[in-house]
Design a protein around this ligand. Sequence first.
Ligand SMILES: [Fe+2]
Ligand SMILES: [Fe+2]
Length: 409
Amino acid sequence: MRIGLYGGAFDPIHNGHVAMIKGALGSGAVDIVIVIPSARNPFKPGKALTCAPYRYYMVKDVVEDLFSEKVFVSDIEFKIEGVSYTDTVVDRISDPEYISAFLDEQGFSSVEAEEDHEFYWIAGSDCLETLWSWHNASDLVSKTGFLIALRPGDDCDIPGVAAETSAKLGVPVNTTVFDIDGVEVASSDIRRSGIFDEIPGAAKAFIAEHNVYEAGKILEYASDEACSRLAEVSIWMYGCLGRKRLLHTLNTGLLSAYLAKCHGADIDKALIAGAVHDCAKELPIEEQRAMAYKRCKDLFVDEKLLHSPAGAVFYNEAFGEEDQEILDAITYHTTGRGDMTLIDKIVFLADKIEPSRNYTDLSPIRKTAPEDLDGAVRLTLESVVDKFLRKKRPIHPLTEDFMKSLGMK
Ligand SMILES: [Fe+2]
Ligand SMILES: [Fe+2]
């Protein structure tokens, strides 16, 4: 099969990207296209890019909505440790074991999946001009051809540039050109302006559901270290949580950071504690129990609660986190406790009201939260207790202590 590879940050995916995919397929030069959202950006620190899982799932939604059968999304970048350059990505994706398993998963027959494939990196003419300087360029050029998009008015001499690049690298560069309609749009402008006219409907819906770019603005106030940690934990949790829970826990981190800013708490700590608070929730229950025991002996017995102390241990063991304020906020995010810190309360609250939560009308609590933290926590506790009573579940003694500390019965 002739496989087009289309990599990028897709922050957010927009109509220009869609035009590239359509143009590449329409050229007849490739049979399918695999879209590859980056996990880390080699040229920008953590703060510059929206966390990888948001970009990956947004691209998936758009591809599923607009294309069928011929366009797929790969998460290979999540599996590459450290900085991933184009040559690393092409190397990994063209590995016969990877690509045949990937195609098999997409429903191709084993004959189609296991045949010898040709690869074409899809890019604009500006990329071709700098190709000679890319990381391990000769190696890259020997593994993949280049499918170059020409926009109206683009007068780049593709054969000339390709010949020059071949001479510089000492390896022939295989290029094919295709025309695309000119969609003049850049992700950075979309992010800056907050105007989402030039992005596909499925991306718009995704951004609205998770409040992605509005919520992400709080990272301006977080340190570079915390932003890098957030980027790393988001990639780590992609390996241990399903889509819904992963996006929920990341949303909680961003909202926690926002609430920390509103109430004078440490933004970095709230961000990280919130972002990882549910990291252990999909581990086998016995693993959760063993981890929970390490932190709190048998203070937590209910299976639904084990993931809170287990999460503190899981995150500590994966990243060497020793900050007790962060670890406590994770530990007590389900039950609360008598002497809740500001960060404990913030994470407890953000968990219940992050943007994708819609179990009940949360607007009164959402409205109260930035101005009156205890007031919003009280409203949340009232509805939690109500739910427990209806389901005839006992209230945890720690939650009773928490309520007493807020003057509730
Ligand atoms: Fe939880
Ligand atoms: Fe949660």
